[in-house]
Design a protein around this ligand. Structure first.
Ligand code: PLP
Length: 380
């Protein structure tokens, strides 16, 4: 073993300009939803090429409100993937519906669109695909299935702001797409989220749902003579604040530059592990631009945890994305899910390790991670 180095699992890219933008808001009158949120929403819509963006406090809230906006609730089923963070499936339960899992493609980890039709029942209301690790699902096929069965499509794009596939941009074929600005995401406000949509009515509905169902927010009410507000629908409390929005404005300007560096890092990982019989990388398909949110490798299942711990012991931050949701206690107990039901997702869950990936990762750190992973998989 060579010298030890400390390589963090993630470091954000917040710079002085981001900080200045936040200070500007802190020195202004409105800290809650106002001008900065408005500016962020317009900028984000322009970046994605969608008509409307609604800023919220998390992707979990974005998913939850999207389901509510389309009337998904008690007695309904929503088809999704077990290979995702629990937020995806939890949001379905929060809306009152039942998550129905469909297995994934072994080579990408994304929901296998060819298996979706078999999971549709008269109770199915929506499909909730997750663009895992940054690569888009087969949205053309998913849209086709949804059109045939009159289902809503809500994209979990928490990993995939920059993604494109088959000429389709993330959010382009979904009824809404939901984004996360959580602490480790490609752009971040610590906590935060957004919903994109091309539907004006849905955008208006989402704006109400993010603020208790009130007819107008504080910023709009304050600017004019006092008027009484009404509550038209039952909403939640998850409106994005000006402080969160201010932190995102300049990161959006740098988003492609940050992506370029992550792409470079991923390609170096892929080349380094290409001929290693113990390490498999998940595939980026032709005709697909992955947002490169996470870099995951697969190692032999029986040694995964030991390899993970040994990499950690040598100073490299690692994680597991994800152990499949259907095997977590709550899901087993509540819905009777069992081992063996979604073998492709289970295999990834047993074998996967996520390596450091962020623009600030230096070449020296990158080479150290590669060397460490190779040595550890050979030794243990
Ligand atoms: C795939 C996926 N969906 C949803 C979420 C939830 O995002 P948030 O923490 O913004 O609610 C995450 C967060 O890590 C995620 O990875």
């Amino acid at each position: 073993m060579g010298r030890l180095m400390k390589v963090e699992f993630y470091r954000h890219s917040i710079n002085q300009k981001d900080i200045d933008n936040v200070v500007k808001v802190l020195n202004s009158l409105f800290l809650t939803t106002g001008e900065a949120v408005d500016e962020f929403e317009k900028k984000f819509s322009r970046y994605l090429g969608c008509k409307y963006t609604v800023g919220v406090t998390s992707c979990t809230a974005a998913l939850h409100l999207s389901l509510l906006a389309y009337g998904v609730g008690a007695g309904d089923e929503v088809i999704t993937t077990p290979m995702t963070f629990i937020a995806t499936a939890n949001s379905i339960i929060q809306a009152g519906a039942k998550p129905v899992f469909v297995d994934v493609e072994p080579e990408t980890g994304n929901i296998n669109a060819n298996l979706i039709a078999d999971a549709i029942t008269p109770k199915t209301k929506a499909i909730l695909p997750v663009h895992l690790y940054g690569q888009m699902c087969d949205m053309k096929k998913i849209r086709e299935i949804a059109a045939k069965h009159r289902l809503v499509v809500i994209e979990d794009a928490a990993h995939a702001i920059e993604a494109k596939r088959d000429g389709i941009r993330v959010g382009e074929l979904g009824d809404t797409a939901c984004f996360s600005f959580y602490a480790t995401k490609n752009i971040t406000s610590g906590e935060g989220g957004a919903i994109s949509t091309n539907g004006e009515e849905i955008a208006q509905k989402l704006k109400k749902l993010r603020l208790h169902g009130m007819s107008e927010g504080a910023y709009n009410r304050y600017a004019k003579r006092y008027e009484h507000w009404d509550m038209e629908v039952l909403g939640w409390k998850c409106n994005m604040s000006n402080v969160q929005a201010a932190l995102l404005l300049n990161q959006l300007e740098n988003i492609e530059k940050y992506w370029q560096r992550r792409e470079e890092i991923c390609q170096r990982y892929e080349n380094a592990f290409e001929s290693n019989p113990q390490i498999t990388c998940l595939k980026v398909l032709p005709n697909s631009k992955s947002a490169r949110h996470m870099f995951t490798i697969l190692v032999p299942a029986e040694r995964r945890d030991i390899i993970l711990w040994q990499i950690q012991e040598r100073g490299v931050g690692v994680a597991v994305h994800y152990r499949p949701i259907h095997l977590l206690s709550y899901y087993r107990q509540t819905y009777g899910y069992k081992k063996g039901m979604f073998p492709a997702a289970e295999k990834i869950g047993d074998c996967t390790i996520t390596l450091p990936l962020y623009p600030k990762l230096s070449n020296e750190e990158l080479e150290y991670v590669i060397q460490t992973v190779k040595e550890v998989t050979d030794e243990v």
